[in-house]
Ligand binder design. Sequence first.
Ligand code: ADP
Length: 496
Amino acid sequence: MFEEFLKKTQKLLVEDIRNFKATMDASPEMMCLSEGGQTIYVNTSWALFTGRLVEEELGDRRFTSVHPSEQLTTTETIHTAFKKQIPYRIKYRLKNKSNEYGWVVEDGIPIFSSTKALLGYVSKCVNIDIQVKLEEQLSSTEIKYRRLFEAAHDGILILDSTTGEITDVNPYLIELLGYSQEEFLGKKLWEVGAFKNIEASKNTFKTVQENGYVRYDNLPLETIDGKLIPVEFVSNSYKAGDIIVIQCNIRNISERKKLEEIEKRILNVEQEEKKIVFISDVTHELRTPLAIIKGNVELALKSTNDSTRETFEIINDEVNHLSKILIDLVVLTTDNKIIHDTIISTKVDLKKIILDVVKRLKIISTKKNITIIAEDLPTMCIYGDSHYLEKLFFNILSNAIYYGKYEGSISVQGSVDTEQVLLRIKDNGIGITREDLPNIFGRFYRSEQAREINKEGTGLGLAISKWIVEAHHGEISVDSALNKGTTFRISFPVLI
Ligand code: ADP
């Protein structure tokens, strides 16, 4: 009876072992290790995976197929696990049938007898080569991105697309705006001083959230010290894994703006040069007909009777005046060096010249009821050309009248010391705006207001005046307050 039972049990055990082996063989790469850590069995998948015969994997031999760099760690891990009788996990490169290494991860579980004695380990091995290579690629892409991010010559901000919180900022932007990394990170875009136009920043964020893109060609950003930097701001959202992030690229365009400004100035200079060439040509063309008119008027004056004489005299005066304008235009459109030679220097008293000019201007000053106070001037002798100096004071004083207020007043004050003659011509007229002030000595420059008031002006008067003062080794400057008045200061070296 017992014999019978023993036979059945043995049969069952043999079947169990067969079933166990069949299960092992149908499983992915698996092996059994003895309680001493020796490989005592590898399944078919393992043999197929390594390309070696089952016998070649038994004992300690499989360790020779482990990549030399991981041999020590894998042996140590297994050794410790066996000692502590606990599961283990090792990751290593295993040589396959083509003699190439591929990454695997091996999990071993201890098997105990009913009396809790360690029988050995059953280990499962999974090929993770593709996964490891993908991870490596990903981390190298990440490193490359990080490098670009850190070395970029554009400011970059990364925002959380739902909250608008800054999750990353690159060193360039930190340096550009002067805020520390802590002052950016974790803050919402509009909580950082540089984007302090809260409404605008919130709207920008909303637009990127809705449309995925926003761009501003010229946005002023304020640095921590209150300096405004013009930037180009481009922001777009994209998927990074499972989350959507918003990237803001911020380009400092100060240099580009400066270049544009220079280009504009060059263009202005070119345009002015063209104007000068044009005026020079026109001036040249006008000189001959004017000379003919002048000759004929002079001839007519000789033979005319009293009734027409006055008319001819007026024509003669105006022709002379026109000739002077032409001469001024020649002055301004010819090389300075050539003109210097035309200055005839003699001893002149500026007081006399100024009083003559005031007399000539009486006709227009009385029309506006403007008083000119110049009588108390001292004698002011310099070495100069009376024609040009007369022109200088005519320009300055006629401007003071044109741009003066009705019933206003103009005062001319002068002083002489051991070195220089100093003149101050002051009016209480319309004044000059701050923007116009630096430009008024430029050729053809006229303020908006001046264009309305004095339609015949050319914008050449002050340019000529400056030229005349400098040709006499003097200096001219101006002070003005809008709607209060203007003061011109002129100085010349004194004649001792
Ligand atoms: P314009 O022919 O226009 O008078 P100017 O060269 O003499 O040309 O003057 C240049 C500009 O300077 C004027 O258009 C005007 O805007 C300003 N200006 C000159 N003098 C005065 C003044 N006394 N008061 C106010 N503005 C003045």
